[in-house]
Ligand binder design. Structure first.
Ligand SMILES: [Zn+2]
Length: 217
């Protein structure tokens, strides 16, 4: 490193004492001071002044400009920190919303089971948490006494992200005393549900052939 003139070092000393110089400058100043008594003395005087500046204000008049610089720098750091935290916060919020709104039907892969529990019909889905479920009851032969139930469940990318293999989600397909006793078969079907309640027997047969029978009474 090249030798630096004393007047440059002396100009930099207040900033050095205030710890607002770069590492390279700091190293250069320290290297110079080790070899230069004159600047060493200047530094000691400055350090004493700075210490005085930390005393109550009537003792501290000499140190005020440095205190102001320090406060100013401190405030700028605070503003930058708040901005970074805000950006991170908004960014993660947008990211999570995006993941939550990205929803897909869960394919059947021996991961879904339907069981009776105290008269309630419950579906258990392994390996993911559930965003939503779609359940439709269709009367068999037009009679309101027997129903086939078609359902599917959806998960969002967020659900997939937070789920573990051991995650077990439960969805109530039908409640005891609210129609569960009239359901004779439960199918898992991930296709179109829009016209499913108005379908002919043949059309419904096609849906059934594309479904997985999960439970029957
Ligand atoms: Zn010097």
């Amino acid at each position: 490193m090249s030798k630096i003139d004393c007047y440059i070092i002396k100009d930099l000393l207040p900033l050095y004492v205030d710890e607002v110089v770069s590492t390279q400058t700091k190293n250069a100043i320290e290297e110079h001071i080790l070899a230069c008594n004159d600047c060493q003395k200047e530094l000691n005087i400055l350090k004493k002044e700075i210490n005085t500046a930390h005393l109550p204000s009537e003792f501290a008049k000499g140190g005020e400009p440095i205190m102001k610089i320090r406060k100013h720098i401190h405030r700028n750091y605070c503003i930058i920190a708040i901005m970074i935290i805000s950006i991170l916060f908004i960014g993660s919020f947008c990211g999570v919303s995006y993941l939550r709104n990205n929803v897909k039907a869960i394919a059947f892969n021996n991961n879904i089971e339907v069981n009776l529990d105290n008269g309630n019909i419950i579906a258990e889905i392994e390996g993911t948490s559930i965003h939503s479920s779609h359940i439709v009851n269709i009367p068999v032969n037009g009679e309101e006494t027997e129903f086939y139930t078609f359902f599917f469940v959806e998960s969002s990318n967020w659900d997939n992200l937070i789920s573990k293999k051991s995650t077990l989600s439960k969805v109530t397909i039908a409640y005891n005393d609210k129609g569960a006793e009239n359901i004779s078969k439960i199918y898992y079907y991930t296709g179109e549900y829009d016209d499913i309640t108005n379908m002919s027997v043949d059309e419904l047969q096609l849906i059934i052939s594309n479904s997985t029978l999960l439970w029957q009474r």
